[in-house]
Design a protein around this ligand. Structure first.
Ligand code: M6R
Length: 622
């Protein structure tokens, strides 16, 4: 959570920082701020509560700030409410923390993450005469750097490394020191941070889209490293203060991938990008009738030796795991557990070296998933990361990594990354089934051929989006929505329900259809919407019966089912048909109407689709 940017070069920093922040607003948007320096002069700090537009208004789009070196921040509150005083940047000097203008301060900083022992550190600093204006852990961090800097009369790099040794938690940090004009210092532990360079400028950011407009050459600063950044030049240091060299990576994305390109919202654009996301991911893993996982270091022998798969993830990525379990058991006959990362890390799950732990994550930075990955490695399992963001922490730390080829995903509600993750997990299940001799080469080839039809089938569903737009206008005032299904349909219900609640703020629940009668059915009232997923032929009748049990208690029914199941109209009030495919792959098709339903409901309710309240795209806190 929270987005960090920095710039040092020859141009006016304010507008560049604001532009970068606008591309990071998905990481948090309850307040924002910037600090900009003009040569030796004091840093000028400006903050505003609410969305970035307020900061832009307050600074004349950044132009009101003099200077060519600065740092900026967009916040998702962790310590302290979303107020002006708690907004970043924070400073080491004595001040009110809320006035705009030049600040007498040795150190100014922005931070993403959580300092777990901040209370203890604050006590120490209070004893040494520091005073505090905010409730944030960041102010403590900045003042601790200042403390070491002044006490030992050491340079910024040593003051920062001393601080890093004292703090527990996660951080990505951008700092400016009054004695070092034109320079920015950065450090990270378990929070993402990149540094971009061009001939006479350097950039700091939490994520690539913030700087893609200016440069494609980036460094991925490593965990527990410090960077010293000046125009066009960066040096890196480890915790001992020894200089380290890092490879420069060239970003190959198309810059337009991070723009809306005429769509009203990023989410709608990303929904429409799913055919390409699926196709590109599939092409990266399968050629002709063969699967290629060699690039991830996964061989036939490795797969054949696996006896168990544990899938660990959060949110929608966890839902992918719930669907994948069905395929891994069905096609590969491998017992599969699906665990929430925030739970997995605190359990002592017996793990053998023939267990593969698969961590699924779009951002590759989700704190719980990263911690679960580390726990899995400690427990001796082999680990595979399925990740979208290249070079992210989870991708770097896992034994094996398969990248989803979804491109940058900006909307907080995931769509195309989810679809791309499904493809990777289907491929893994097919490859595992083949390696274990559960499926023949012909069957494998048949599955791959069928998967190649998915992008066009998604396009066909998207062509009929107006029906969902119309239907969503009828449910715009709903209080509760239930999504039900069995087996793979249950996994899809989970995703449909999360999409609906996170962007429309309508309470919704996903239920295994057969489980409703054990309590939850008492919540069904007149006109409660029940969305039934009916894609699995063996479970169709059973789920439909559970839906009609709800109808008998007043529910309004929507059914999502393959083309040809027209008899469903005898039972449901609104039927939505999707193209036919192999039953294992229906999640890739059924999810599309669920995404569109949530999207249009949010739009019809006049909500901020791309940046729903209280959320952030990348959850880098525990
Ligand atoms: O980046 P990750 O895939 O690790 O994120 C996991 C969840 O936070 C994420 O899927 C979240 O549930 C989405 N907002 C759902 O749309």
């Amino acid at each position: 959570m929270c987005g960090i940017v920095g710039y040092t070069g020859k141009r006016r920093a304010g507008p560049i920082l604001l532009d970068g922040l606008s591309r990071l607003e998905y990481r948090g948007y309850d307040s924002a701020g910037m600090a900009v320096r003009d040569g030796n002069k004091l840093a000028e700090v400006v903050k505003a509560t609410g969305k970035l537009i307020h900061l832009a208004d307050k600074t004349d789009q950044g132009r009101a700030l003099e200077g060519t070196c600065g740092i900026g921040h967009t916040r998702w509150a962790t310590h302290g409410d979303p107020s002006l005083v708690n907004a970043h940047p924070h400073v080491s000097g004595n001040c009110t923390g809320s006035a705009s203008g030049p600040v007498e301060s040795e150190v100014v900083g922005v931070h993403n993450g959580i300092i777990e022992n901040y209370a203890e550190l604050k006590e120490k600093l209070l004893r040494h005469g520091y005073t505090f204006y905010s409730d944030t852990d960041t102010e403590v961090l900045v003042k601790l750097v200042d403390y070491y800097y002044n006490k030992y009369k050491i340079g910024p790099v040593d003051a920062i490394t001393r601080t890093m040794v004292r703090v527990r938690g996660s951080y990505a940090l951008g700092l400016m020191f009054q004695d070092y004009p034109g320079e920015i210092f950065a450090a990270r532990k378990d929070s993402p941070l990149i540094i971009g360079t061009e001939e006479d400028a350097s950039y700091l950011a939490s994520d690539v889209p913030a700087i893609l407009k200016y440069t494609r050459d980036v460094y991925y600063i490593e965990n527990l490293q410090v960077a010293r950044i000046s125009p066009g030049h960066v040096s890196f240091y480890d915790l001992n203060g020894d200089e380290r060299s890092l490879p420069l990576t060239t970003i190959t994305w198309d810059a337009s991938a991070a723009e809306k390109e005429g769509y009203e919202h990023f989410m709608l654009k990303e929904i429409h990008e799913q055919p390409e996301a699926v196709q590109n991911t599939l092409n990266s893993l399968a050629a002709e009738d063969e699967i290629h996982l060699e690039e991830a270091g996964i061989t036939q022998e490795f797969l054949a030796g696996l006896r168990e798969v544990d899938i660990v993830a959060c949110g929608s990525a966890w839902h992918v795991g719930m669907a994948a379990r069905v395929l891994l058991e069905d096609l590969a006959g491998v017992p599969t557990r699906v665990e929430l990362a925030s739970e997995y890390r605190y359990r002592s799950i017996p793990t053998q070296d023939d267990t593969l732990v698969v961590i699924i994550s779009q951002s590759g930075e989700t704190a719980d998933s990263l911690a679960a990955l580390r726990a899995a490695k400690e427990r001796g399992a082999a680990t595979l990361a399925v990740v979208n963001v290249v070079g992210s922490s989870i991708a770097r730390e896992a034994d094996h990594v398969i990248y989803t080829k979804a491109g940058p995903e900006i909307a907080v509600a995931t769509t195309k990354a989810y679809s791309a993750q499904l493809i990777v997990l289907y491929i893994l299940a097919i490859a595992l089934g083949a390696a274990k001799g559960r499926i023949t080469s012909e069957q494998k080839a048949g599955y791959i051929r069928e998967l190649r039809t998915i992008p066009d089938k998604i396009r066909r569903i998207l062509e009929e989006k107006e029906r969902l737009q119309w239907f969503s206008s009828k449910i715009v005032n709903a209080h509760d929505i239930f999504f039900i299904g069995r087996g793979l349909d249950y996994a899809m219900s989970l995703e449909g329900s999360l999409k609906m609640k996170e962007i429309s703020y309508i309470h919704s629940e996903a239920y295994a259809a057969g489980e409703l009668k054990h309590g939850t059915i008492s919540l069904i009232e007149n006109n409660t919407l029940v969305v039934g997923l009916l894609t699995q032929s063996a479970l169709y009748e059973k789920t439909l019966s559970n839906m009609t049990e709800c109808k008998a208690r007043g529910a309004y029914l929507m059914g999502i089912t393959p083309n040809g199941n027209f008899q469903v109209e005898d039972s449901v009030n609104f039927a939505l048909y999707i193209p036919r495919t192999d039953e294992h792959f229906f999640p890739s098709l059924a999810v599309i109407p669920l995404q569109l339903l949530a999207y249009y409901t949010s739009v019809n309710r006049g909500l901020d689709v791309d940046k729903p309240r209280n959320l952030a795209k990348s959850v880098t806190v525990e």
